[in-house]
Design a protein around this ligand. Structure first.
Ligand SMILES: [Cu+2]
Length: 200
């Protein structure tokens, strides 16, 4: 016998492929474009254009394509996003807005990523052990509206556009869906232009 919640779950499963899941809306996040099409294929770009909140598992034809860095910014490339590089200084508080039309409970973090290595620099700027919990009637306000504080990086680090990106990463545990939105930025020297050197 089907319960109401079973039917709701079935409905959610069917709708999952039609409706959105989640992404960052502010500051402006990396969008797909010609460079991504060259690396990941036109169907991949079409999938993200059709649903800007799609998990990377649903980016058509991109899995296993060696030159497509699907696990960095869901394949979106800096070269397609040079016009929206944010400028930050250490200590800046950056408000971030997310939309989560279909929540999936799981961990989330926002981290500064070295794009050459796809490795995080330092600790996450914010992290949740449990985020976007669909069992809640209303999501906590800080799931869709939160702030991060830009850290003091080593002198010269993340000062070239494209060198680093600020990536929102969320994994829906039971949905087994991964979400990534990237905000491109450069760190501006603080004070008199000579950035203080942080201890290694
Ligand atoms: Cu989803």
């Amino acid at each position: 016998m089907y319960t109401t919640s079973t039917l709701l779950a079935l409905g959610a499963l069917l709708l999952r492929t039609v409706f959105a899941h989640g992404n960052i809306t502010s500051p402006p996040a990396r969008q797909p474009g010609p460079a991504m099409a060259a690396a990941c294929g036109k169907p991949a770009v079409a999938a993200v254009m059709a649903d800007p909140t799609t998990p990377l598992e649903d980016v058509t034809g991109a899995a296993g394509v060696p030159q497509c860095k699907l696990d960095l910014c869901r394949g979106a490339m800096f070269e397609d996003n040079t016009a929206q590089v944010q400028m930050y200084s250490a200590g800046d508080v950056v408000n971030m807005q997310a939309i989560l039309p279909i929540p999936h409970e799981g961990p989330m973090n926002v981290s500064i990523i070295d794009t050459a290595t796809n490795k995080a620099i330092g600790e996450p700027l914010i992290s949740f052990e449990t985020y976007a919990d669909e069992s809640l009637d209303v999501l906590p306000a800080n799931n869709t509206d939160f702030s991060v504080t830009m850290p003091q990086l080593k002198a010269g680090q993340c000062t070239q556009a494209g060198e680093c990106t600020m990536q929102w990463f969320w994994f829906g545990t039971s949905a087994q869906q991964t979400y990534e939105s990237c905000v491109d930025f450069v760190m501006m020297p603080s004070g008199d232009g000579a950035a203080p050197v942080a201890p290694a």
